[in-house]
Design a protein around this ligand. Structure first.
Ligand SMILES: [Zn+2]
Length: 358
């Protein structure tokens, strides 16, 4: 039964603001999603209006009045001052010192907290079944860009400048291409979505192997993983190399921070097993080669989040819960995720086992 308005502000909203779209979810006191809405963020210049629209639409879908909303947690891709709710720099949105928190509070009349998106996702995963009780974990998003949020001993680690977890700009290939950050061969220039598409295009140009990708008019990471899933040899080579680079970066993160778990999400990782199998295979290889690595990197340390799970928006719900005046009323979010994770991990283990036998 859905709570009546007489129950007060017993719902929470979590928002994932991206460079092209914004997703808002409304959750009840049991951590169940009751409404969701997506709006475009593609226009430039852009303000907070699509975020307001998405929250209102998610409330409408849930049949929840805004007076029932306890708080809102918002994740933004960029540098954020979580105290003031000011987005200091979000290059994907062309935002420079935008007071997102107070703008949303003025528009909606509800307490609103803002945090960097991957940091928010990492903190929100802390108490979820997917984290397996880990108190030191990271969330790694592999999509258009690559970034990580790190939680150490149950607390989000933002770093000295709020920039902890910029693993997308750790150099993975010194002979590689120029990165938007100015360095050469950053992990992002090798394993982010546009880089995977570029490397596949290069492989087609430089080789003559038959490939279904030759018929694809505009290559994307999704097209490459779809072809790899179908056994395309060019696509498999690209995805194999991507997996090795990602695995090395994840192992570096685990070795640096001695984490119990790394949860992987984002648009590229959403390809699922075909993305994750070469990552896990390389992690196994690293583990087999070194007793030190084996000690730090347990076989279940790296896990893929289900593609449909919006880690940033759920992180927003977790942040909203902490901000809500009646926070004691809320349980842990999204407990159903446990089954999804279990299934996904079981499928991955099956694939890895099959590859090991081959
Ligand atoms: Zn870079």
């Amino acid at each position: 039964m859905r709570s009546k308005s007489s129950d007060g502000r017993t719902f929470l909203a979590g928002v994932d603001v991206g460079g092209t779209k914004v997703a808002a979810i409304v959750a009840d006191r049991g951590g169940r999603q009751v409404g969701r809405a997506v709006r475009s963020m593609a226009a430039r210049p852009i303000g907070v209006e699509p975020i307001v629209d998405a929250i209102r639409a998610a409330l409408k879908a849930a049949g929840v009045h805004i007076s029932q909303l306890g708080a809102i947690g918002v994740g933004v891709p960029g540098r954020v001052d979580p105290e003031s709710g000011v987005v200091q720099l979000a290059t994907n949105l062309d935002w420079d010192d935008v007071a997102v928190g107070s703008l949303l509070e003025t528009a909606l009349g509800v307490t609103c907290r803002v945090e960097n998106d991957v940091h928010l996702a990492a903190a929100g995963l802390l108490d979820q079944a997917a984290a397996g009780g880990a108190r030191s974990l990271a969330y790694v998003a592999i999509g258009t860009g690559i970034g990580a949020g790190i939680v150490i001993n149950g607390r989000l680690y933002r770093g000295a400048r709020g920039m902890a977890g910029e693993i997308g700009h750790v150099i993975a290939d010194p002979e590689g291409v120029l990165c938007r950050c100015g360095q050469t061969g950053c992990l992002e220039t090798f394993a982010a979505g546009p880089a995977i598409a570029r490397r596949a295009a290069e492989a087609l140009t430089h080789g003559s192997a038959p490939s279904a990708l030759r018929a694809v008019p505009t290559l994307s990471a999704k097209a490459v993983y779809d072809a790899a899933r179908a056994g395309d040899s060019v696509a498999l080579e690209v995805t194999q190399e991507t997996g090795v680079a990602v695995a090395r970066a994840l192992a570096g993160l685990l070795l640096t921070c001695d984490l119990e778990r790394v949860l992987v999400g984002g648009g590229v990782a959403a390809a699922g097993v075909v993305f994750m199998a070469p990552v896990l295979a390389e992690l196994d290889r690293l583990r087999d080669a070194s007793s030190l690595v084996a000690e730090v990197l347990s076989p279940d340390a790296v896990q893929l989040l289900p593609a449909k799970f919006d880690a940033v928006a759920w992180g927003g719900v977790a942040l909203a819960r902490r901000s809500a005046a009646d926070n004691a009323a809320f349980g842990h979010p999204d407990v159903e995720i446990r089954d999804g994770i279990g299934e996904e991990v079981a499928r991955l283990e099956e694939v890895v086992a099959r590859e090991t036998l081959a």
